[in-house]
Structure formats: C-alpha cells, structure tokens
Ligand binder design. Structure first.
Ligand SMILES: [Zn+2]
Length: 76
C-alpha cells in the first residue's frame, strides 16, 4: 500500500493591504490589467475600478456616515 505524498501545499496567501497612502484597511479588491502585471490591491473605498453605480452607492453611504453632520431628512 503506497502512500502518495500529498502534503497540502499552502495557497499563495500573502498580506495585501489597501495600497492607498495612509489607508490601512485590508485590500480585498484586486485588479491587474494583464497576467504580466502584478495585482494591485485596494479596500472597497479606494478601489479605482468600481462601476459608476457602485461609486455612487459608496458615496451615498460615506456621506450618510459622516459624524457630526446630521442630515435632516424630511419624511412625509
Ligand atoms: Zn483603502
């Protein structure tokens, strides 16, 4: 009975934080224009390849989350 050496190979995990200067969020959004170019990583807020709709949605979310700027929302 032969036992094939199948020691699990560690996946290529490495630390990649958002590359935006001063941002220490986890870079979970990667983008690479081609396989020859190393993937660059950003957090969602700084990810520069969002669609227009995604950008607008994030903008609304950030504006709503600004502390000290209470938005007066008239609800009828
Ligand atoms: Zn960031």
């Amino acid at each position: 009975m032969s036992d094939i050496d199948r020691s699990p190979r560690a996946p290529d995990l490495y630390v990649h934080y958002c590359e935006h200067q001063g941002c220490d969020n986890w870079g979970s959004w990667g983008n690479s224009p081609s396989p020859a170019v190393p993937t660059r990583w950003w957090c969602w807020e700084h990810f520069p390849h969002k669609t227009y709709e995604q950008e607008q949605a994030l903008r609304r979310k950030l504006e709503a989350a600004v502390p000290g700027e209470a938005l007066t929302v008239a609800l009828d």
